[in-house]
Design a protein around this ligand. Structure first.
Ligand SMILES: Nc1ncnc2c1ncn2[C@@H]1O[C@H](COP(=O)(O)OP(=O)(O)OP(=O)(O)O)[C@@H](O)[C@H]1O
Length: 256
């Protein structure tokens, strides 16, 4: 399903954080939102979901997202936040099962199918062995995968992921990115993710949107956005950009 954001303005604590941000994410594609710390990436995802007040329009398949009730919205769009408050004492399995909440009838319980879906997602994220463990006893990377599991268990056509790989080792980074890409291709998911690893962003995303100071500073295919001059200007970093497989850029830091 196509996601469209038009002229989004967000102010937090009386300060403008997003200014006129527009975004078009075609159905079944992957867009990565990149940008320096404080650029407004997480705020953009939160504003799309209606978690912070904003001006502008957000539509999914031409439906105004904010006009939907929370249950209908949760069947359309899933969100894995960067560092959510996790309920103390809850097991990984029960937390993942929360992703099925939009499908549970009022006053009803999760079905056997819901439990199968939750178990399947945990399995695919290498988390089956952690199913009975309380969330607060997990490492940072294990908790991050549990948060992702809950979002994937929602089985929505649109997935918003805030920094899904920051706490993960290189193997689990690849596993998570491959799993999301596999779901995108097999189920036609539309994916929007914020991400700091620019090479990883460029390898998986169809399009990159660079936020800088709350505005869209560049947008387009990875090769157009991840140029040496754009990265140096907006991240204040010295980098080498070399062509990788499929003409997707590979970035490495250069010592000044
Ligand atoms: N509740 C708030 N009140 C005031 N300012 C806020 C609030 N939440 C975020 N901000 C500010 O909004 C700006 C954007 O924050 P946001 O978390 O969206 O940035 P980001 O691009 O995701 O950063 P990072 O890469 O560090 O995760 C920052 O300057 C931040 O300090």
């Amino acid at each position: 399903m196509t996601v469209e954001v038009r002229d989004l303005d967000v102010a937090l604590g009386g300060r403008p954080v997003l200014k006129g941000v527009s975004l078009d994410v075609p159905a079944g594609s992957w867009t990565a939102v990149i940008g320096p710390n404080g650029a407004g990436k997480s705020t953009l995802l939160r504003a799309v979901l209606g978690l912070v007040p904003s001006r502008g329009a957000v539509t999914v398949a031409d439906t105004d997202l904010r006009a939907l009730n929370p249950r209908r919205r949760a069947r359309l769009i899933a969100y894995a936040p960067q560092s959510p408050n996790v309920p103390v004492g809850m097991t990984v399995f029960d937390y993942t099962l929360l992703g099925r909440a939009p499908y549970v009838p009022h006053l009803g319980r999760e079905s056997a199918r819901d439990r199968v879906i939750a178990a399947g997602v945990l399995d695919r994220l290498d988390m089956a062995a952690f199913a009975a463990r309380p969330l607060e006893q997990l490492s940072g990377g294990e908790r991050q995968r549990a948060v992702l599991a809950r979002a994937l268990a929602q089985q929505t056509p649109v997935l918003l992921l805030d920094e899904p790989t920051t706490a993960l080792d290189i193997g689990h980074q690849q596993q998570v990115m491959e799993l999301v890409d596999h779901l995108r291709i097999s189920d036609g998911l539309t994916v929007v993710t914020t991400i700091h690893d620019l090479t990883l962003a460029g390898q998986y995303a169809d399009a990159l949107v660079l936020l800088s100071g709350g505005r869209v500073a560049a947008a387009g295919p990875p090769g157009e956005v991840l140029t040496r001059s754009i990265v140096e200007e907006h991240f204040d970093a010295r980098v080498r950009v070399s062509p990788g497989p499929g003409d997707r850029p590979i970035l490495s830091l250069e010592r000044p």
